[in-house]
Design a protein around this ligand. Sequence first.
Ligand code: ADE
Length: 337
Amino acid sequence: MSSGDVLKKDDVTLDLALRPSRWDEYIGQEKIKNNLRILIEAAQKRGEPIEHVLLYGPAGLGKTTLAHLVGREMGTTMKVTSGPAIEKAGDLAAILTNMEEGGVLFIDEAHRIHKVVEEMLYPAMESSTLDIILGKGPSAKTIQLHLPRFTIIAATTRAGLLSSPFRSRFGATHRLDFYREEEIERIIRRSAALLKARVNDDAVKTIARASRFTPRVANRILKRVRDYAQVHNMTPVTRAVAQKALAVLEVDAIGLETTDVRILEAIITKYGGGPVGLKSVAASTSEEVETIEDVYEPYLLQIGFLSRSPKGRIATKHAYEHLGIPYHDKDKQGLLL
Ligand code: ADE
C-alpha cells in the first residue's frame, strides 16, 4: 500500500461495519448533533419533512454518516447521489420524481453540481415543483411537475464554491470541525472493539496522533495497523507495533504523509517559505490544486504548519521545526536555489 492510500481523496467507501448507525454511537460534533435533533423533532411534531441541510467541512469528518443518521431518525429512506453524478436535467428529474414523501436526498460534492441542474433545484427545494422545458426555440414549452415533499442534505468540502442563491435555500447550514484528540481516541477504541482487534491504550494514542483529527483516517490507519500486527504475530497492538506499522505506511507521528512533507518543503526551499500561490505549489509538487486544497491543506492549516495570506500560502515556524530546517535561514532559502 502506498502512503497516498491512507488519505485517498476519492476513497469515499465508508466502512459500513464501523459507521455509527445510532446518534449515541456518533462521537463528537456535539453542537451539530443537537441542532439536527431539534430540527428533526420540530419537523416531526409539525408532520413536515425537515428543512434542507447543508453540511460542509474537510473530508472524512462524517458528513455522510450524519446524513444517514438524519434519514434514519426521520424513519425514511435516503437516496444517495453526488453533484457530478447528476449530469443532465433528466437525471435530476428521474431522481426527484421517484422520491418518497418526506424522503431524504443526500447530494455529496455539492460544489460540483452542474449549473443547469442547480437551477432546476431551486423551485424543487422551495416549492416541490420541477420546471421541465420541452423542445427548443420558439415552440419550447415549460411543464411543471409537482413533486413529493422531500429534504436535501448536501455535503461539500468547499462551501465557498456554492452560489449564494443555492446556499440560501438551505434552512440549516453546519460546518464540521476537526475532532479533538480525545474524541478520536474514543472512535479508535470503538472501532477496535468492532473489529475485535486488541489495541492497548498507548497504541490508541499513537494512532490518534497520526489520524489528522479525522475519523476516516483513524479507522483506516487502525485497520492497517491491525493487518501489520496480524501478519507479524504481534498482538495485542502496543505503541511499538503501531509505530512500526505507521513507518511502513509512511505516515509520521503527527499524521504527515510524504506528500504533506513535499508540499511544505517546496514552499520552504523553492519559495523562501512563501507567500506563494497554490498553483505554483501544485506545479512544484506535481499535485492537483484541488487535491492540495481538499486533502492536504486543511490539516496543515489546522496544526498551524501553513497559514494563508492574500498573497498565498506561508510555511510557519512550526513547519520548519518539524522538518528540521532552521527557521532563521528562512530569508535565504529562496536564494539558494
Ligand atoms: N466513525 C466515523 N465517524 C465516527 C464518529 N463521529 N463517531 C463514531 N464513529 C465514527
